[in-house]
Design a protein. Structure first.
Length: 489
């Protein structure tokens, strides 16, 4: 989703720092794509899985094959070592004849497969061994103890034990088998036989089984990995396409936002220019009325009221002027003066905002002969001219309405300000006005609609409240704009 960008009126557009999603999207987290990351992670996972699976399978097969070899070795011991070991039921040593028979076992073809033979007494004493140097010594071990309990065991042995020190030169894997030797015709264990068979063939078989297991797992998982890779690559391409589209949309949104910001500033400047132009137009109309029709009407009244003209009329030279003409002419002159007075803005240069508002109140009191209660707080001395003009017009129009519609009762002007805004309220205690007054143009100004437009052009708020038998109030809230920053951004 696109981030929502909000513009704050308090921050000029030139000073805003906007963070766009394209700034985050454009900087890719890594040149290593998602598909490549997936391939690497999947390869590691599958490699580890295949290794563990092959190890588990080979261990299981090795255990099974070793158990089979142990059972075969136990059968061999029962057939070949059992008769010779019967002497150990009553003696701790074997006779020379029995030792010779056992030595001859390894001299034939049996010796090609079997490398060592040992017979152990119950106390772990070596009663017979192909290596005669270790006979009579004790070498306790767990397999010997287990065999005396009737268990047959087999495992790979690399001749690391102390009793096999002289046979380590063989450097071949051997299958070590322990099996109990029983007294003839009974289940009494009289000794434990130990044989070492050549385990190279079994080790080779186990190695091939491990490789075969890895191959099987790889053959099964490779298509799965390929399918997943294709899916991820397609998803990556889709994400890349969406990312490109999103970046384009963000760029377009950024361009549109910039254009909207420029258009907004142009519109604000246009509203202010329109307000200034309107003020200049009103002033020019007022001057034209004063210098044109008013002067002509004044001249007409002078002629109509000339004493010489009256004496000549009394002497019978001509009829005296009609009094209605003089009355009508006087009324026209009053109307034109009223319009001119309302339109022409007094000279405001060199006055502070407080002095300007005080001037508006005083002019109204002098023109209407009424009194106005005013409470004007301290205003900033460097307010922009459009703002001070707007404040003056609000007081002027509000007091005019209070005089004409509120009969001048309870006229009051209140102004207060803080660091960000100025609030001005003009009210009266009259009977109220009709509801459509806000859309009318007063005889001495622009009316409520004109004031509303003027306030909104300065980005302020305007309220017109009128209640029967209670009174009318005009309230406006304008943002503070100093003369050093006349353009509203």
């Amino acid at each position: 989703m696109l981030d929502r960008v909000e513009f704050s009126p308090a921050i000029p557009p030139g000073n805003r720092t906007m963070i766009w999603p394209s700034d985050k999207i454009g900087s890719k987290t890594s040149s290593f794509g998602l598909a490549h990351q997936f391939v690497l992670a999947a390869a590691i996972t599958i490699a580890v899985s295949m290794g563990l699976l092959a190890l588990a399978i080979s261990q299981r097969i090795e255990t099974s094959m070793m158990q089979t070899a142990a059972e075969e070795g136990a059968l061999f011991m029962e057939v070949f070592l059992g008769p010779a070991a019967q002497e150990l039921a009553t003696s701790r040593t074997l006779s020379p004849e029995s030792v010779k028979k056992l030595d001859e076992l390894l001299e034939g073809r049996l010796g090609e497969r079997m490398r060592l033979i040992k017979i152990w007494l119950p106390d772990a004493t070596l009663a017979y061994s192909t290596n005669k140097e270790t006979i009579g010594a004790k070498f306790p071990s767990l397999p010997i103890a287990a065999a005396f309990e009737g268990k047959v065991s087999g495992e790979f042995d690399y001749l690391d034990e102390v009793d096999n020190a002289t046979e380590r030169h063989l450097h071949v894997p051997l299958i070590e088998i322990h099996a109990p030797l029983f007294r003839a015709g009974t289940k009494e264990i009289i000794a434990v036989g130990e044989v070492y068979n050549d385990g190279r063939r079994l080790a080779a078989d186990l190695h091939s089984i491990r490789l075969f297991s890895v191959g099987i797992v790889g053959a099964v998982t490779a298509p799965m990995m390929l399918i997943l890779f294709l899916i991820v690559r397609r998803a990556t391409n889709m994400v890349r396409d969406y990312q490109t589209s999103l970046m384009q949309n963000v760029a377009e949104a950024k361009s549109l936002a910039s254009q909207n910001d420029k258009l907004r500033r142009i519109a604000d400047d246009a509203r202010l220019e329109a307000a200034n132009s309107n003020e200049n137009l009103l002033a020019r109309i007022g001057r034209d009325l004063h210098d044109g029709p008013i002067q002509l009407v004044s001249l007409l009244i002078l002629k109509l009221t000339d004493p010489t003209t009256k004496r000549r009329a009394e002497a019978g030279h001509r009829d005296p002027p009609d009094p209605a003409i003089e009355t009508l002419t006087t009324r026209i002159l009053s109307e034109l003066r009223s319009i001119s007075t309302g339109l022409v803005l007094p000279e405001l240069e060199g006055l502070t905002p407080n002095e300007i508002l005080t001037l508006a109140v005083r002019n109204h009191e002098e023109a209407t002969g009424t009194s106005v209660s005013s409470q004007i707080g301290a205003l900033p001395a460097d307010l922009a001219l459009p703002l001070t003009t707007c404040l003056y017009r609000i007081v002027q129009e509000g007091l005019n309405n209070a005089f004409h519609h509120g009969k001048g009762k309870g006229q009051r002007v209140e102004v207060w300000a803080d660091k960000r805004s100025i609030v001005i309220a003009v009210s009266d205690s009259g009977p109220g006005v009709v509801a459509d007054l806000a859309g009318r143009r007063s005889r001495a100004g622009l009316g409520i609609a004109g004031l509303r437009n003027r306030v909104e052009a300065l980005k302020g708020t305007f309220e017109f409240i009128s209640q029967p038998e209670i009174g009318t109030q005009i309230r406006a809230k304008l943002p503070v704009a100093s003369s050093s920053n006349k353009n509203v951004n």
